[in-house]
Design a protein around this ligand. Structure first.
Ligand code: FES
Length: 350
C-alpha cells in the first residue's frame, strides 16, 4: 500500500545529531517552528502552504551548527539561533526571500531556487485565521506538543537531559583494542587498511612487527616509507619455522614486548600514537614466550584510553580475546598455493 501525504509548501530539516550543535538547541528550534506554524496556521493539514519541520540525524556538515535546511529551495543555513530562525521563518519560509547573510550553501544558484510548491501546483488559497503567540503556545500545550506547565517544562528538560546523557554515553569514543586472528590470510593487511585510514586523517600511527625479518622489503613497508610519518619498527629475526636459534627468537620477542610497552607509554618520533599495530604479536603468547595474562594485565593498567591498538596473528589467546573490543577471525576457504600451486606474488601477498 502506498502511503499518502497532504500537500505542503516548505520543509525544514534541523540536525540534532549533536556534533554541529547541542541537541537541545536543535530541539528548541524545532519547538519554535511548531509555535510559529501554529501562529501562522501553517500547521493545518488542509493548508497547502503547510510547513513541515523535522529533527534529523547528521546532515553531513558537523560544524557551525545548528544547521537548518529549507526545501524545496535547497538552502542551507548555519549558526541558526532563535533570532536567526525567526528571520528565516519570516523572510524566507513565509516571505519567499532567503536570508542571504545566514546561508552557507545553496543547492541551486542564487535566485534560481525552484518555485514555491503551492504556486507550482496551483493550489487553491486556504482561508486561515492566524492566532497570537500565546494562543499558539496554549494550543500546543493542549495537543501535548509542549509541556502543560512551566514545572512540567522543567521536568521534561530534566528528562531530556537524562536522555542526552544516555545518547552521549552510547556515542562515547574510546581507543579500541582490535584483534585480527585466524588461519586465513589478510590479518596484517586488514590492520594496515585501518592504518591507512588513520594516516589519511592525520593520526599518528606506528607498526611494530614482531616476527617478520627487519631487513625484508615488503610492499607495505615500501609504501609506508613513501607515505612518510609512519613509524615502522621490526623486532623479529625471521619466521619462527626458519629460525636457527630458538633462544634468540624468544629473547627478541621479549625485547619486542619491551619496545611495545615503551611505545605505548611514550609514543614514537612523532609523539604519542593514536594507532599502534602489534603485528604477529599473538605468536609470542601462543608459543609461551610471554604470559597472556601478564600482557593483558599490563595493557589494562597502562594503555592510554584513546590509543587504538591492533594485534594480529594466529591463535590469539583467550585472555586477549576477552580483553579486546573487536575480534575478527580470518578463515581460509580457498588458497591459490594449496589449490593450484600458485606461489606468493609481490604486490599481492607481500
Ligand atoms: S552533526 Fe549536525 S550536521 Fe553532522
Amino acid at each position: 500500500m502506498k502511503p499518502t501525504m497532504r500537500p505542503y509548501g516548505r520543509h525544514l530539516l534541523i540536525c540534532n545529531r549533536g556534533d554541529c550543535a547541542e541537541p537541545e538547541v536543535a530541539e528548541a528550534l524545532h519547538k519554535r517552528v511548531a509555535e510559529l506554524n501554529k501562529e501562522h496556521a501553517r500547521n493545518k493539514l488542509r493548508n497547502p502552504e503547510r510547513i513541515k519541520c523535522s529533527l534529523v540525524d547528521c546532515l553531513g556538515v558537523c560544524a557551525g551548527g545548528p544547521i537548518v535546511t529549507v526545501y524545496p529551495d535547497g538552502v542551507w543555513y548555519s549558526n541558526v539561533d532563535e533570532a536567526a530562525l525567526e528571520r528565516i521563518y519570516a523572510e524566507h519560509v513565509l516571505g519567499g526571500k532567503p536570508v542571504r547573510n545566514l546561508i552557507f550553501h545553496g543547492l541551486y544558484p542564487e535566485g534560481e531556487e525552484p518555485g514555491y510548491a503551492p504556486d507550482l501546483r496551483d493550489d487553491e488559497p486556504f482561508e486561515v485565521e492566524p492566532v497570537s503567540a500565546t494562543e499558539a503556545k496554549a494550543a500546543l500545550r493542549e495537543s501535548g506538543e509542549l509541556p502543560q506547565t512551566e514545572n512540567a517544562f522543567e521536568r521534561s528538560r530534566e528528562q531530556a537531559e537524562e536522555m542526552r546523557r544516555a545518547v552521549r554515553k552510547a556515542r562515547k569514543k574510546k581507543g579500541l583494542v582490535i584483534v585480527n586472528t585466524g588461519n586465513g590470510k589478510g590479518k596484517t593487511t586488514a590492520a594496515l587498511g585501518i592504518m591507512t585510514r588513520a594516516w589519511g586523517r592525520d593520526m599518528r600511527v606506528g607498526v611494530l612487527q614482531f616476527l617478520k625479518n627487519e631487513n625484508a622489503r615488503f610492499g607495505e613497508i615500501k609504501a609506508a616509507e613513501r607515505m612518510g610519518k609512519i613509524d615502522w619498527i621490526a623486532t623479529g629475526d625471521g619466521w619462527t619455522w626458519t629460525s636457527q636459534d630458538e633462544d634468540e627468537t624468544v629473547a627478541r620477542a621479549k625485547y619486542g614486548w619491551q619496545l611495545a610497552q615503551d611505545r605505548i607509554l611514550n609514543g614514537g618520533p612523532n609523539g604519542l600514537y593514536d594507532l599502534l599495530i602489534l603485528d604477529e604479536f599473538t605468536y609470542t603468547m601462543h608459543f609461551g614466550w610471554l604470559d597472556p595474562s601478564e600482557v593483558v594485565a599490563w595493557l589494562t593498567a597502562n594503555k592510554p584510553p584513546m590509543l587504538h591498538l591492533i594485534i594480529t596473528g594466529r591463535n590469539a589467546p583467550a585472555e586477549l580475546i576477552n580483553y579486546a573490543d573487536l575480534v575478527t577471525e580470518m578463515r581460509e576457504i580457498k588458497h591459490p598455493f594449496t589449490d593450484q600451486g600458485v606461489r606468493a606474488q609481490p604486490g599481492i601477498e607481500y
